[in-house]
Design a protein around this ligand. Sequence first.
Ligand code: ADP
Ligand code: MG
Length: 463
Amino acid sequence: MTETTFVKPLSLAESKKKNYINIVKTHFNKKFGSDPSFYVRAPGRVNLIGEHIDYCGYAVFPMAIEQDILVAISLNGSNKINLTNVKESLYPDFTTSLDVLKIDSLNPKWYHYYLCGFLGMVEHASYDYLSSSSGLDIAVLGTVPPSAGLSSSSALVCAAALATMHAYSLSVSKLELASLSSKCERYIGTEGGGMDHAISVLAEPGSAKLIEFNPLQTTNVLLPEGAIFVIANSCVEINKAATSHYNIRVVECRLATQILAKACGLNVTEVSKLKDVQEFANIPVDQMEKKVKEVLHENPYSRTEVCQILELSDSEFETTLLSANTKFLQEFKLYQRALHVYQEASRVWRFKEICEKKSETSLLMLGQLMTESHASCRDLYECSHPDLDELVQLCLKAGALGSRLTGAGWGGCTVSLVPFEKVDNFLVDLKKNYYSKHFRLQELLDTAIFPTKPGGGAVIYED
Ligand code: ADP
Ligand code: MG
């Protein structure tokens, strides 16, 4: 049965977690001269299939990983928020007054992600309980590799939102927190979907989850036996908020939605996502490919052409359809992006069915879907990177049944489905063929490649 409370006694934390809790406690103590009142953990995630489709309304298939963001926190009786990080050299201390909180989306720093979670919760509760003594002392320790597609940013936002909720005794359900924290992260400027927060908050140990949106609902899915998912980091870092790659794809999907909706005779003001077009036009998702090919052309659309089709002036176009960091865009690949989204959405449902039916060929079929997903990310969605493509090929050569980039892409990690009996050789091969060739990566080896199994979601630990 799904647990409804976040709170667990600290004594029940597993021993590895207790070690990390002690590290963050010691740091808190050193910085603030007292013990924290409680701790929060929120995990990162690996998306097994369904890339770049949550913000188009489609279901995705992630699982939580063991690596997480850990927060130690106490009310401090002042009007200041004091943030410190165990990895001080990477993430320097930050202090702000409660009355001048600001998130700089054009120059995002680590503490802005924390403030996203904090502000989202405060706004949700209409600031009613904030006083000049509602300040907080906060120490953070993260083990999710940053900017690697395992959603360190969302783990940090979820941990901050949950810590704020508990510090101010707000009552928010797990489902509400999942939805709220996905809205929180948009303060940083990325127009993300809801997958990362939903899995970080709602994950249950032992199963991956099919996550559907509008309304948010999750279904536990047991993964077939005989193989394990192995994550390998290409070690190409990509910060989604500091670059416009991510939002450009969101915009391209938005424009494809509008043009397809118009061609289908739908009311474009009621349609905001590619899934809306499919649903309102009453077309099965696996037949949307035909519609895309009928309506959209393969050549990139110019800004002028999009404005003409949608009957908008350039300034209307800019204010209604572009975001702060995509205003400069002049060309849009709509055919390729829409095709990826509809095909990837179908792959997610096939993946779930294969997990549930379980046959002798399940593992092979799952692997094939993953590799097809990568090809689509590389060729249609153009969100891969040459190092990621190389890593996927090496993973397949080293014995994986399927391999793909995971998370937004343009760098970060691959996830591969590897039969149990091949895991040891797989790790040796990859270390030899990828990591030893990239000399600068030697020191990262211990954390760059690891088998993973479905972990649990966000927790509050209290004495
Ligand atoms: P990801 O794929 O990991 O979510 P993003 O580019 O979305 O990548 O977010 C990465 C950013 O999250 C980092 O640049 C940093 O600001 C923040 N972050 C990640 N891990 C930590 C951490 N342990 N401590 C502080 N900030 C972190
Ligand atoms: Mg992120």
